[in-house]
Design a protein around this ligand. Sequence first.
Ligand SMILES: *[C@@H]1O[C@H](CO)[C@@H](O)[C@H](O)[C@H]1NC(C)=O
Ligand SMILES: *[C@@H]1O[C@H](CO)[C@@H](O)[C@H](O)[C@H]1NC(C)=O
Ligand SMILES: *[C@@H]1O[C@H](CO)[C@@H](O)[C@H](O)[C@H]1NC(C)=O
Length: 444
Amino acid sequence: MRLLSQTLCLCLALALSQAAPSHHTEKMAGDEAPKHDHKEHHGAVHERCEGIEFDAIAASEKGVPFFFKGDHLWKGFHGPAELSNGSFKELDDHHHLGHVDAAFRMHYEDDLKHHDHIFFFLDDHVFSYYNHTLEEGFPKKIQEVFPGIPDHLDAAVECPKGECDVDSVLFFKGDDVFHFEVASKKVEEREWAHLPNCTSAFRWLEHYYCFHGHKFTKFHPVTGLVTGKYPKDARDFFMRCSKFGEDSDHVEREQCSRVHLDAITSDDSGTIYAFRGHHYLHQEKATDAWKGFTIESSFKELHSEVDAVFSHKGHLYMIKDDQVFNYKEGEPHTLVDGYPKSVKEVLGIDGHVDAAFVCGDHHTVHVIQGHKMFDLDLSKTPAEVLQTVELPFKNVDAGMCGPSGLKILRGSHFYHYDSPMIMSASKAMPEAHKISLDLLGCDH
Ligand SMILES: *[C@@H]1O[C@H](CO)[C@@H](O)[C@H](O)[C@H]1NC(C)=O
Ligand SMILES: *[C@@H]1O[C@H](CO)[C@@H](O)[C@H](O)[C@H]1NC(C)=O
Ligand SMILES: *[C@@H]1O[C@H](CO)[C@@H](O)[C@H](O)[C@H]1NC(C)=O
């Protein structure tokens, strides 16, 4: 994460002195790196959809990805940046550099003392946070906690047992990679010359990503092996942007993005529509092939960013804010006369709709708002509430129902239930499936 600005500094130094020998590049990446090289960034708010290089990426103890740049932090795959010191106060007290070098979340069930602690690395110090509180005795010298690991790191990522042989942490500095075993404190260096120098590293859904510039490369945490076409643009998969890189493949991006979906539905013929931001994916039942389009191109009046979509008798009901758009299916999709109408007028309810779905050809639409589900009779205008049930969870992004049962989507995962009734009666969450791999056909 420092290399870019260090290279800039070096260029500046070169321009000024005309005398710096080129081997200084290596030195600059080391311990003698200028201490205030990020000063020019201090207070600058970055727009991550412009394509930036993050300083560090780590999941919080609640599993929310945190992206760090300068003195700012993004929580999750979309939304604005906030000051890091709002969440991690002491990072600022001890160092006024306004950036972190590396971060990771310890996630080892065998080590309850450190389980779910977030570690930050700043120069030669390490900070350990739990529940957004600095652990007593920290910051400490990196050498004290992770002996054998160098200062001024570029990246760090956890690697729990099962994915690595034993609970480990991978550290990156320049083109050096260190495997640190947590229990034995054994350090091994890896020769992964094919891997770009990682400026941050991130473990997500049991996969490992080396971020470099605004791109990333997926690698195997034990062998370092890279399989598939990399690097890819981080904006396509780890951010919710309305514009993407020029060479962005809409279908692959929408299939493989880790960003939550806004809405999903399957129509009477089994064709699936999945909506995210300005785009949607469409899978024909007949061929199983996925295609990607902009929402604007097919649902002009709707433009983008829907809240919920359900299919009923050859129509797609698309809910955005407090309006319902009713499109007749077929090419092209046509908006039914008189629409959009208000949610109140069509469904008889108020407030933001998280998800909506119809199972089979029944007249009942199930609408999820927070931790409540309303069963509404669509044969009445406006629809009438048949029953209201409390769900065992909230934060639902989308839902889809069909012959194979009900899928509830939250974040990067979906959960399967045989029926809405079974869902409302269940206490525990069923097994989590990955939306990208198990639902949208992403192959990596
Ligand atoms: C966080 O940093 C900003 C700017 O660097 C400063 O104005 C603010 O007072 C800090 N907040 C806390 C809680 O330390
Ligand atoms: C986390 O911190 C909050 C307030 O800072 C506190 O109310 C809560 O009990 C803490 N949770 C744990 C698990 O320590
Ligand atoms: C990677 O890091 C090494 C120092 O460890 C440096 O010599 C090399 O130039 C870096 N490569 C790139 C592409 O920045």
